[in-house]
Design a protein around this ligand. Structure first.
Ligand SMILES: *Cc1c(COP(=O)(O)O)cnc(C)c1O
Length: 391
């Protein structure tokens, strides 16, 4: 028997950990960039699975890959070789221009692995991250995450992790010591409010890291897989990071993460790290389908072009008395309001548009790259209307 929306709400409220602040909306189905609630209402999905739905919902290529692989083999720990994993590792490394890869199951695990690899390969303990950074919620990744409310209840965290202002080379230069294993940065800070790296910043950071014998870790968990109008956002920065963390959209919405290792990082010693489900053939098959779609269609240049058009439109049309700044790259868009974002999100939902916050005042859009132009502009016009009314 199907539960009514009220049943579902009550059940979840009784048994969930309590860790999430949920909206009173029950999503039961998705197709492309549309989501459907229990009453059959349709929404334009600008939340995009918080960045895990770059190919949208029910993408036929992902569905076909999953069905085929599920019938063949789902579980195969890295005790053994597997042809689907082998193909995926090769395809991912080639797409990112990296040498090797460690496969795991989430973004935070990718960051954990990157921190361990950086310590192992430099023999140093220190990590420098940026203010406003988000790198995940497990204890190591949490140490690199900036927001105090996420970190403080769980202290003590990993020692010798420090934060410097994002986009300030000077502060990094002062902070970096010969005890630092790595600097970890996002190309566009996502959860921190959609702040892109300034032109030249990451290249200069890389030069500082090299001179200091520290590794550069780029966290592409949110920016990866076409989101910013490039397959990976770092690829428009003229850099060659030592480690790149990915997750979210890499397997079409299935749990998967990875840390990619550059030529300058030695292979790991056997048994120095591991994951039971990491690199399972089901996720790898989905990952192959995702890469194939992104590399054989125009979705990525289209995201770049649509993103530019949307940014220009919003900058020209949003009222100054309600909006501080519009930022973004590709289809990763942030609108910094002068007031709180909560009411704007609710008003958008009432108009059939689902979107995200990034902090207290930033409205964040991460629509699937497959969104139709009609849906995208409909969402943008709804945002304009809601924000203009609030002004
Ligand atoms: C979401 C996110 C993470 C954490 O990923 P999870 O899969 O939620 O653990 C890490 N870094 C960035 C930049 C993210 O956006």
């Amino acid at each position: 028997m199907l539960a009514t929306p009220a049943d579902t709400l009550a059940l979840e409220q009784r048994h969930t950990s309590g860790a999430y602040a949920k909206r009173p909306l029950q999503i039961v189905r998705g197709e492309g960039a549309r989501l459907f609630d229990a009453d059959g209402n349709s929404y334009i999905d600008c939340a995009g699975g918080i960045g895990a739905a770059n190919l949208g919902h029910a993408h036929p290529a992902v569905l076909a890959a999953l069905a085929e692989q599920a019938a063949e083999l789902i579980v195969c720990p890295e005790l053994f070789h597997n042809p689907v994993r082998a193909r995926y590792q090769a395809a991912l490394c080639q797409a990112a221009g990296m040498a090797r890869v460690f496969l795991c199951n989430s973004g935070t695990e990718a960051v954990e692995a990157a921190i361990k690899i950086a310590r192992l390969s430099t023999g140093r303990p220190g990590i420098i991250a940026a203010m406003r950074a988000f790198h995940g919620r497990t204890l190591g990744a949490l140490s690199a995450t900036w927001k105090k409310a996420y970190r403080e209840p769980f202290e003590p965290l990993v020692p010798q992790v420090r934060h410097v202002p994002f986009n300030s080379l000077e502060h990094l230069e002062q902070a970096l010591t010969p005890q630092d294993a790595a600097v970890i940065l996002e190309v566009v800070q996502g959860e921190g409010g959609v702040h892109p790296a300034e032109s030249g910043y990451l290249a200069a950071v890389q030069a500082l890291c090299r001179a200091n014998g520290s590794l550069l870790i780029i966290d592409e968990v949110q920016t990866g897989f076409g989101r910013t109008g490039r397959l990976f956002a770092f690829q428009q920065e003229g850099i060659g990071p030592d480690l790149v963390c990915v997750a979210k959209s890499m397997a079409g919405g299935l749990p998967m993460g990875a840390v990619l290792m550059g030529e300058r990082v030695e292979p790991l010693p056997p048994l120095s790290h591991g994951s039971t489900l990491g690199g399972n053939p089901l996720a790898c098959a989905a990952g192959l389908a995702v890469l194939d779609v992104l590399q054989s269609t125009d979705l990525i240049p289209r995201a770049a072009a649509l993103g530019e058009a949307v940014l220009a439109h919003l900058r020209a049309h949003l009222p100054d008395d309600a909006v501080r700044e519009v930022r973004g790259r590709g289809l990763m868009i942030g609108i910094e309001l002068r007031g709180k974002v909560t009411e704007v999100l609710a008003a958008l939902q009432a108009r059939g548009v689902l979107a995200l916050p990034a902090g207290v005042t930033v409205l964040r859009l991460l629509p699937p790259l497959v969104i139709t132009e009609d849906d995208l502009w409909q969402a943008i016009f709804a945002i304009e209307e809601v924000i203009s009314r609030a002004a």
